[in-house]
Design a binder for this molecule. Structure first.
Ligand code: NAD
Length: 505
């Protein structure tokens, strides 16, 4: 996986001690201490060591950031497309030049393997800036022609938008949120996760000179200390959120105060369906990848694995063989394939489900335990785990575990598997493995989910929308469609026949 590591990439990783030991908020183009003076430690989950400290923001900090974004909006919204494009593309250039540095920041703080941060997270984050660097030219309105009037539909930015992101893929989240928002002429107050945000703050440190003061502001801290102040401020015109359902509910309540629009990218419990006519080697590889990529801390993970009963034994043997060979260990080493879970809280949540599975009647086919890594005894490692004898109604099949854990459910008929797959509050991702393309299409049409990968899981195509059905949220990201969420239309109608209409005689 590390075969593409060029000397430049290695060099930019080697300079990765180059981060600060404390960060403030970034407001109005400058770094500033928080109102309370309180700070939060960012940790390395592979070692337990503290990496840096961030400001624990509060409502005063939130207001200052919104002041900055509100004052920057009139000029930024009028910035010519060419200038906005130039800035977004310069971000692409700088991210590429120091790709190894950013990858290492996510590896150190999140625990994800450096090979993934380098070859998955960073290219996807960079692609977002590349896609939306062209968008400032595409925000055309429309015109409508009638016999006696011409209608013009203008597209305008919303104003100040608040964006709140989680800890699992910080660079992808940062990019997929701010690139379209800025391209469309909005100004942003972003709140990254208090658990993992080293890469986000490093991004701001490097890009600070590119953006006019106030256009992009970052406030850090615990969600409940900032959320209400950010979202209920009357100057805020939208909230874009990625995270959990409970937080989404809270934010929707806040958003109801001033009736502002929201986009919600939430969790998943996606169905990965293996048919009896599938290429079982490819399907087993895909299922293994879906289990261990980013330690299973992926909203789109195919964590409900539906295997046709005719191929169950053969398939599970292949899957186990792959998962037993996974190299667990120090995420900074290029050969590591499974790193550390991002936080103690996440670790506790996963081990809770590992204990719950057998109590619910499932059987642990492999894994099921904490993994010991020599030299990293304080690291938060979990063995890749397969649960079998799972019923779709069990909690391990219905709730998001967000770890390297897959729950296997067997099935007999297509109708049955579609019904089971749809029996979930979520609908974010999913996979179908079959050599019968008509069958694949039939299932794809019947599944209630935002993305379905046929015969290759995590087959992300740049520019395709990602987002949820049901309680996986609403709104789409990663595609031009997202510009609709960051613009408003205004209809202007010009009468072509001057003078009174004559309705009052
Ligand atoms: P979370 O909801 O706990 O936190 C997400 C963010 O919200 C953090 O920045 C947190 O500080 C903030 N927050 C918490 N309470 C808040 C409040 N009251 N007001 C304002 N902000 C608040 O979620 P998490 O544990 O960080 O992330 C994991 C979840 O994110 C999972 O459910 C995962 O599936 C989901 N996720 C979804 C996608 C997607 O695209 N659909 C992508 C990645 C992660």
């Amino acid at each position: 996986m590390n075969s593409n590591d060029t000397p430049e990439l290695k060099a930019s990783r080697a300079s990765s001690e180059d981060f600060l030991h404390e960060y403030g908020h970034f407001i109005q183009g400058v770094w500033t201490g928080g109102d309370s003076g309180a700070t939060i430690a960012l940790k390395n989950p592979a070692t337990g060591a503290a990496l840096s400290r961030i400001a624990a923001g509060n409502a005063v900090d939130a207001k200052r950031a919104i002041d900055a974004a509100a004052s920057a909006f009139p000029a930024w919204s009028q910035t010519p497309p060419a200038r906005r494009q130039e800035i977004l593309y310069e971000i692409v250039r700088r991210l590429k030049a120091r790709l190894g540095h950013y990858a290492m920041m996510d590896t150190l703080n999140n625990g994800k393997p450096i090979s993934e941060a380098t070859h998955f997270d960073m290219p996807m984050a960079i692609e977002q800036f590349a896609i939306f660097s062209g968008a400032p030219w595409q925000l055309h309105g429309e015109s409508v022609r009638a016999a006696d009037a011409v209608g013009i539909i203008h597209r305008e930015p919303l104003g100040v938008v608040v964006q709140i992101i989680p800890w699992n893929v910080p660079m992808i989240m940062l990019a997929s949120k701010i690139a379209p928002a800025l391209a469309a002429g909005n100004t942003v107050v972003m709140k990254p996760s208090e658990i993992v945000c080293l890469s986000v703050l490093e991004f701001m440190r490097e890009m600070a000179d590119l953006l006019p003061p106030g256009v992009l502001n970052i406030v850090t801290g615990y969600g409940p200390d900032l959320g209400e102040a950010l979202v209920t401020d009357p100057r805020v015109r939208k909230v874009g959120f990625t995270g959990s359902r409970p937080t989404a509910r809270r934010l929707m309540q806040y958003a109801s105060v001033n009736i502002i629009p929201q986009t919600m990218e939430l969790g998943g419990k996606s169905a990965n369906i293996v048919c009896e006519d599938a290429d079982l080697d490819a399907a087993a590889e895909g299922a293994a990848m879906s289990t261990v990529l980013n330690k299973g801390e992926v909203c789109l993970a195919g964590s409900r694995l539906f295997v046709h009963e005719k191929v169950k034994d053969a398939f599970l043997e292949k899957l186990q063989r792959i998962l037993r060979g996974i190299r667990i260990g120090d995420p900074t080493l290029p050969d590591t394939q499974l790193g550390a879970q991002a936080s103690q809280m996440q670790m506790d949540k996963i081990t809770g489900y590992l204990e719950l599975g057998p109590r619910e009647g499932a059987k642990v086919l492999m894994g099921g335990q904490r993994a010991e890594v020599k030299g990293l005894e304080n690291g938060l490692f979990i063995q890749p785990t397969i649960f079998v004898d799972v019923d779709n109604s069990m909690k391990i099949a219905q709730e998001e575990i967000f770890g390297p854990v897959v729950s296997v459910i067997t099935w007999k008929t297509d109708d049955e598997v579609v019904r089971l797959a749809n029996d979930s509050i979520y609908g974010l991702g999913g996979g179908v493995w079959t050599s019968d393309l008509s069958r694949a299409h039939r299932m794809a049409c019947a599944l209630e989910t935002g993305t379905i990968w046929i015969n290759r899981y995590y087959n992300f195509l740049g520019g395709m929308p990602i987002g949820g059905y049901k309680q996986s949220g609403f709104g789409r990201e990663f595609a031009h469609e997202v510009l609709n969420h960051y613009t408003l239309t205004k209809s202007v109608v010009i009468n072509l026949h001057p003078g009174p209409v004559g309705v009052f005689g």
